[in-house]
Design a protein around this ligand. Structure first.
Ligand code: MN
Ligand code: MN
Length: 454
């Protein structure tokens, strides 16, 4: 099996060139102009198109069974939507707080993904407590290639990690070179503010943001990075949403051996006015951290452009409006948190970021492909276009235009949070390890091709 992508403009984080990309089997073997096409090769004409590395989403919940509700997602539909959006590799989190230990969580997520995922995937391991038995399980996973852990400061008692366990897991991570990712919001302040608001009759979705304001996130960032600095661990702040939290990270840049910051496409393109839409419709845009102000959006774009923010993900976690988001009618604290995004991320980022003049295309490739690969130990296989890398490629039509709508999305959820957004740029052909998974913007690959990356 061989594939030649011919005549496109190849873009990496370091620049662009007119070149053909030759893939033998699952691997890129040559990148050079005017390569000859052997008679048995599949040839994709990329004339007038961009050839980009398959994008990586470092933060996705393809499967998420929470205590009271399960996200309306599975590995089959999530990875199909991701591929349709140009993402060829996603990272989920093994564990959601209900499993008895790491082995059970790992087995559950592996079983969900195996034979269902159409793109490649990795797992971060969710940690909410740490003891000697868990340490033995963790050591076995690290020996198999686990690179990253995830902890929550918020969501007490289901998910939040106690301080003593946090310090122990950070020390273990430092000793083993693992990246520790953290959801940074203060666990005590959120329920306190929620109860204050509810007692004052402030029960609608527009009160979700005031219940977890920027200072609550900035305090979480400060606490996590203080602990990480003390333990000497590599720290990764997930889904940073606002200027106040971003400036807090700046105080720690000289205190940590490795500090990476992630933001999400929703914080760059949506703002808190969405959650204030009348008749409870705002519940469609309830997620945590909450959507912020337009000024926060610009601060995040600036952080992506100047290098203070390293990665761009989605925190994809879809729910239906009817029957799921409506669980919180009359009490915003009961609205399931999360929105979809894997199908829309790259078109939105290309439109608002590149066409909008806020970041270069090379920078977009860095934050949505190269950096996730480098941070999580996949560089050399994923995120680049060079001999030896997996043949995960996107032929991107920079001129394609469409309007995002629930009518045309691939997911089976009953709304799209970006309904009505006009976007430019679309993946025309998407490959995973040399196999064409999307052609002419339609999914055509085999379900279940995806592999667990360790
Ligand atoms: Mn989170
Ligand atoms: Mn998440």
């Amino acid at each position: 099996m061989s594939l030649l992508i011919r005549g496109g403009e190849v873009v990496t984080g370091r620049g662009r060139q007119r070149a053909d990309v030759w893939c033998a089997g699952e691997t890129i073997t040559q990148v050079a102009p005017d390569l000859p096409a052997p008679p048995d090769a599949t040839v994709v004409d990329a004339t007038g198109k961009l050839v980009l590395p398959g994008f990586i989403d470092p933060h996705v919940h393809a499967y998420l069974p929470l205590t009271t509700v399960t996200a309306k997602s599975n590995f089959a539909n999530c990875t199909r939507a991701a591929l349709l959006g140009g993402t060829t590799c996603l990272m989920d989190f093994a564990g959601a707080g209900r499993e008895k230990d790491f082995d059970e969580a790992w087995a559950a997520w592996s079983a969900q993904a195996d034979g269902q995922a159409s793109c490649d995937y990795a797992f971060h391991l969710m940690v909410r407590r740490f003891d000697s038995e868990l340490q033995r399980q963790l050591e076995r996973l690290v020996a198999r290639g686990l690179k990253s852990l995830k902890i929550y400061l918020a969501y007490k008692p289901a998910l939040a990690i106690p301080d003593e366990d946090l310090l122990r897991i950070l020390q273990f991570a430092a000793a083993n070179g693992l990246v520790v990712m953290a959801h940074c919001e203060n666990a005590e302040l959120i329920p306190f503010l929620q109860q204050q608001l509810l007692a004052a009759g402030k029960t609608g979705p527009e009160w979700h943001e005031p219940s977890r304001p920027p200072m609550v996130e900035a305090e979480g960032v400060c606490k996590f990075l203080t602990f990480a600095a003390a333990a000497g661990a590599k720290a990764y702040v997930v889904h940073l949403s606002c200027a106040e939290a971003l400036s807090m990270t700046d105080r720690f840049r000289d205190k940590l051996a490795q500090l990476n910051i992630e933001t999400m496409i929703q914080y760059l393109t949506l703002d808190q006015s969405y959650a204030a839409r009348p008749d409870f419709e705002g519940a469609k845009w309830v997620l945590s951290p909450p959507l912020r102000t337009k000024a926060d959006q610009e601060a995040l774009w600036q952080g992506l452009a100047d290098g203070r923010i390293d990665t761009l993900g989605t925190d994809h976690c879809p729910f239906d409006f009817h029957d799921q988001k409506t669980m919180g009618r009359g009490d915003f604290t009961k609205i399931p948190n999360g929105i979809a995004g894997v199908e829309e991320r790259m078109a939105l980022a290309y439109t608002a970021g590149v066409v909008g003049g806020r970041i270069t295309l090379e920078r977009l490739v860095q934050v949505a492909a190269e950096n996730p690969a480098k941070i999580f130990g996949l560089w050399g296989r994923k995120g680049g276009i060079a001999p030896g890398f997996d043949a995960d490629l996107v032929v991107w039509d920079p001129a394609a235009r469409r309007t995002i709508s629930v009518q045309t999305q691939s997911l089976d959820t009953d709304y799209n949070p970006y309904e009505g957004f006009a976007v430019q740029g679309a993946p025309e052909v998407v490959t995973v390890r040399g196999a064409i998974m999307v052609r002419n913007g339609r999914f055509c690959g085999p379900t279940g091709k995806g592999r667990l990356l360790m």
